[in-house]
Design a protein around this ligand. Structure first.
Ligand code: CTP
Length: 418
């Protein structure tokens, strides 16, 4: 069978040797136990796309726990099993993790009544998955090793660059798939087919049913995947933002803002934008930023929202061109928040602000409170102000060394020095 040969060859060519060798072990286990095993999901898709992927997901037609125990006995490593779901993970001696799930589910209405036994095979397992391109499997069984099992023609959709669900209830079953669909569109430059997009539009309200953590998890994966401005736009098209209380009229401003922010981050070396800063853009332009607080779980993201409010309340910092003076307004504000605002509107002193942020990052602290005391100053709340003025002088590049700082202190705060 030429198709079989091709995939065997493709596996040899595309998969790293370690992975291939583990698949051979699994193949051996399938032969030993008589439990058929298949490689499924993202790794199969990525094999065709020549994308590296080392997530090994295995489906067995039979008892997954037995299969895992056999792997452990034969090849070592470590296993973790969830008896209840007949699934588990094998940690190969190399450290590689392998997920094993059982396709076979058996239902007995009465323990002894055979006719009620239902065997869920690989095909049924694949049918429960999200998109056709993710519902392909490769047999690992003996002479069939490398044979493609593709009951929903994922191959064809890969060729046509299509994200397509397997059935009409897919997004109802699992609304996170809506965000997964967009993620795969972005990652591979694919598109949902018409029917799938219509189903998204019909089930988009289900987004509201997702827990905060599920939504955050998916948004993080999505926004880290491609251009945030493109993602934000796509999510407007799909009426996603509306579900979070965002006005559709904020689309244009949100997209422009995110484009500019991407630009600013590209220029701004050494700082990686987190997903959250992009996520809150539509909230900001819909005047409902306060509602985004419920999605802020990290300290950093809470502070980002707080800082954006602070920067909006007092706008003086936008008219200062002296880098040192800027410090008194911005010293407690995160650079993210500043970048957020300067990419949402035209700020005249943008250049000075960028200079300020860059210098602030590398600013040495030349004198401590201890130093001031040594210089004969009495500890007081004044210290904070002195340090801030010193920092301002450093930011203006008037002071570079500790000696400069001590001289400055003498001139400005009347100490006698040493
Ligand atoms: N899957 C699904 N529905 C979901 C999540 C996952 O049907 N909501 C299935 C898909 O078949 C997917 C597999 O589980 O291929 C593995 O899921 P995951 O690792 O999240 O996705 P990958 O496709 O491997 O994507 P990635 O490359 O981002 O890991």
């Amino acid at each position: 069978n030429p198709a079989t040969e091709n995939l065997r060859a493709a596996m040899k060519k595309e998969l790293p040797e370690e992975i291939l060798s583990i698949l051979k072990d699994i193949s051996q286990a399938a032969a030993d136990t008589g439990i058929p095993a298949f490689l499924v999901g993202g790794i199969v898709r990525d094999l065709f796309l020549n994308h590296p992927n080392d997530d090994i997901d295995i489906v067995v037609e039979g008892n997954g726990i037995l299969f895992l125990e056999h792997l452990y006995q034969q090849f070592g490593g470590d296993i973790k099993t969830h008896e209840q779901f007949a699934t588990g993970t094998w940690r190969h001696p190399s450290g590689q993790m392998i997920d094993v799930t059982s396709a076979r589910l058996e239902y007995y209405s009465h323990p002894a009544s055979l006719p009620d036994v239902e065997k869920s095979t690989l095909k049924e397992d694949l049918y429960r998955r999200d998109f056709t391109i993710n519902s392909m499997a490769l047999s690992l069984n003996n002479q069939y090793f490398g044979r493609l099992v593709d009951p929903f023609n994922g191959q064809n959709d890969l060729r046509r660059k299509r994200i397509k669900v397997l059935h009409n209830l897919s997004f109802i079953d699992d609304p996170t798939r809506i965000l997964r669909a967009v993620r795969f569109e972005m990652r591979f430059n694919f598109q949902m087919d018409r029917q799938t997009e219509t189903l998204v539009l019909h089930s988009i309200g289900r987004i509201k049913d997702l827990s905060r953590d599920r939504l955050n998890g998916q948004m993080k994966r999505l926004l880290n995947e491609g251009s945030p401005s493109k993602i934000i736009l796509r999510l407007f098209e799909l009426n996603f933002w509306k579900q979070l209380g965002i006005n559709e009229h904020s689309q244009k401003k949100s997209v422009t803002h995110s484009e500019k922010l991407e630009d600013v981050y590209r220029q701004y070396e050494g700082l990686q934008a987190g997903w959250f800063i992009y996520f809150i853009i539509p909230f900001y332009h819909s005047d409902v930023l306060y509602t985004a607080k419920q999605y802020a779980v990290t300290k950093k993201s809470k502070k980002l929202i707080q800082d954006i409010y602070t920067l909006s309340d007092n706008t003086e910092w936008k008219s200062i061109s002296n880098v040192g003076m800027m410090h008194s307004y911005l010293k407690d504000i995160s650079e993210e928040a500043v970048l957020f605002i300067i990419s949402s509107e035209n700020v005249h002193n943008e250049k000075a602000i960028m200079t300020y942020l860059k210098r602030r990052k590398n600013m040495p602290s030349l004198l401590t409170g201890e130093d001031l005391i040594k210089q004969g100053l009495t500890p007081s709340p004044e210290f904070k102000k002195i340090i801030m003025n010193l920092d301002a002088a450093v930011l203006n590049e008037e002071i570079q060394t500790k000696d400069d700082a001590l001289k400055w202190l003498k001139n400005n705060h009347g100490t006698d020095g040493l």
